[in-house]
Structure formats: C-alpha cells, structure tokens
Design a protein around this ligand. Structure first.
Ligand SMILES: [Zn+2]
Ligand SMILES: [Zn+2]
Ligand SMILES: [Zn+2]
Length: 126
C-alpha cells in the first residue's frame, strides 16, 4: 500500500471543509495555514484533524514513527507532497516553494503523530 509514488502524480484531493485552494479550512485559515495532512486510516488528505473528525466516518489514526518517510504532508501553495520527516525538519517553510507554514501546528502534533516530533527535529531516531 505504501509504495513510493511517482513524481508525476496528480494533485491530491483535499477532503474535509477547505475554504480555498491552498488547504485553509473552516478551522484554520490564517495566512500560513497552508498544509494538509494525509491520514493513515484512510489515505486521504485533510486540512486538519477536525476536518477529518467531522467528515470521515471513522476515528483518525496517527502516524507511527516508522512512517517518517511517508509522503504525507501537502503544501497547499505548490502542491508538492513532503515526507513527514521533511516537514518536521523544514523549519516551517516549504522546501519547494518557500511558503511559510504555521509554527503553531507543532502544538497539535499529537493529533497527527504518535511520536514526539522533537525527536526528529533534534536529528535522532526514536
Ligand atoms: Zn481517516
Ligand atoms: Zn479543518
Ligand atoms: Zn510549497
């Protein structure tokens, strides 16, 4: 299921309640709220945890630390998909287009990741 994907894949569909085409949603729509995350339970991208909770018919699962190299983070500005590791190490800027990401997302990391992102930021493995 989690095979590495071809570079020429199409733009992923973003589910939930997006309010524009940069993945802002009814819950988070500040200037830097431009990432969507793929959930491991359904393989779909949502702008945020609450979008998943309100529109999916199942409880959300979180990514385990083994999934650091999953392409699971979508930049809503350039539509490149980052791996979780790449996102966590990005210093809240898209490495492809330079768009600023919301650093406040770090406070919600436990909604999405079943591990402490600081482990990754400090370069160590769990
Ligand atoms: Zn799901
Ligand atoms: Zn949302
Ligand atoms: Zn980007």
């Amino acid at each position: 299921m989690a095979r590495s994907q071809a570079a020429s894949e199409q733009c992923p569909v973003v589910y939930g309640h997006p309010v524009d085409n940069q993945t802002r949603c009814v819950h988070y729509h500040g200037p830097t709220d431009v990432v969507a995350i793929k959930f491991p339970c359904c393989g779909r991208f949502y702008p945020c945890f609450f979008c998943h909770e309100e529109t999916a018919d199942h409880p959300a699962l979180r990514w385990p630390v083994e999934a650091l190299d999953e392409p699971a983070i979508l930049c809503g500005v350039c539509y490149h998909v980052l791996t979780i590791r790449c996102y966590l190490q990005s210093k809240y800027h898209c490495p492809f287009c330079g768009a600023a990401f919301n650093p406040g997302c770090a406070h919600h990391a436990h909604f999405y990741f079943a591990f402490d992102p600081h482990v990754v930021l400090q370069g160590g493995e769990a």
